[in-house]
Every structure is written in C-alpha cells, then in structure tokens.
Design a protein around this ligand. Structure first.
Ligand code: SF4
Ligand code: SF4
Length: 75
C-alpha cells in the first residue's frame, strides 16, 4: 500500500523546533536549522506537527473515501 507522509515546506519553516518537540516518535529532527522528516519510518501520521506549527509549514494529505472502500488500517 502507499505510504503517506507529512509534507514539510522548508521554505516556510522558521526552525522554531515546536514540531520536533511535539512529535511523539522522534520522526522529525533539525537539519540545517530547519525541521525535516529525518526518520519517516517512525511517523504514525498523528498530525501533532501539523497542528502545532505556527506558520503552517506542515500539511498531512488525506484521502477522502467511502467507508466500505477505505477500511484498511494504516500500517
Ligand atoms: S505526523 Fe505525528 S509522528 Fe508524524 S512527523 Fe508529525 S508529529 Fe511526528
Ligand atoms: S513548527 Fe513549523 S516553523 Fe517550527 S520547526 Fe516545525 S515546521 Fe518549522
């Protein structure tokens, strides 16, 4: 199945570090003074980073589908 990951716009990121602190799995880290998804395999798609970013630099894409067509849990 496809793996969905947060999209982090480093052009907008100020490097405040809030998302790195908020990430419960340490999937995010600091690279060149900005946030980066350093361990994408650890991301659980919880959206904590998207919610906490003060400048909207992180977006989690979502797929909208009917329940009967979309009942596979994300692994
Ligand atoms: S979605 Fe959750 S687990 Fe994934 S990078 Fe953001 S805070 Fe971390
Ligand atoms: S919270 Fe937003 S601005 Fe701050 S480091 Fe993370 S992505 Fe960059």
């Amino acid at each position: 199945m496809d793996v969905w990951l947060p999209y982090l716009n480093r052009n907008i990121c100020t490097g405040c570090g809030a998302c790195i602190t908020a990430c419960p799995t340490s999937a995010l880290g600091q690279v060149d003074s900005k946030a980066a998804l350093v361990s994408p395999e650890l991301c659980t798609y919880c959206a904590a980073c998207e919610i906490i970013c003060p400048v909207g630099a992180i977006e989690l894409p979502y797929l909208i589908c009917k329940v009967e067509d979309c009942n596979e849990p994300r692994t």
